[in-house]
Design a protein around this ligand. Structure first.
Ligand code: HEC
Length: 139
């Protein structure tokens, strides 16, 4: 009986460790992250236009998580400049979220504009379009 409980305990610890590792592992495919970035950035623009502070805060929080994942991807690819681009957007998303939570959407406009302009800077250097019109990371 005792042995079985120890075994169960070990299994539970192993399951926990796997869950934690899976959460920390960087994505191996950036495409779904980027599609989500595009959709959420569009939604952010609309929510800023309609002055919907609660939704702006939620969009910014989502973008923060997505650019954290992107930073992890670029780190694994050893593309430090892209890590820095992505981290700058984590910071901007945090600034947008803070402003929105304080119901001060005017203060969210500058970081939101910078975030929207950042796409091209990184894509010009690190994104490549394949003949089938899909994209891939370019080291
Ligand atoms: C730090 C670099 C970086 C930043 C910043 C960045 N991207 Fe990307 N993006 C990439 C790379 C690399 C790819 C190609 C990877 C892929 O699609 O597999 C990509 C691909 C995409 C794709 C194509 C996805 C697909 O597979 O069809 C979209 C859409 C996209 N990005 C939108 C955005 C938008 C919108 C922003 C700005 C809000 C942005 N990205 C900011 C690096 C970046």
């Amino acid at each position: 009986m005792r042995k079985i409980s120890v075994l169960i305990g070990i299994c539970m610890l192993a399951a926990l460790a796997i869950t934690i590792l899976a959460q920390q592992a960087p994505p191996t495919d950036l495409s779904p992250v980027m599609k989500d970035v595009a959709a959420t950035t569009n939604k952010l623009r609309m929510d800023l236009m309609s002055s919907n502070a609660a939704d702006v805060a939620a969009d910014a929080e989502k973008l923060q998580g997505l650019f954290r994942q992107a930073a992890g991807f670029f780190k694994a690819q050893k593309a430090q400049d892209a890590v820095d681009f992505a981290k700058a957007n984590v910071q901007r998303a945090g600034d947008i979220m803070k402003a929105a939570k304080e119901n001060n959407l005017d203060a969210a406009k500058a970081p939101a504009g910078d975030l929207q302009k950042s796409c091209k800077n990184c894509h010009d250097v690190h994104r490549e379009q394949l003949p089938d019109k899909t994209f891939k990371f370019k080291p």
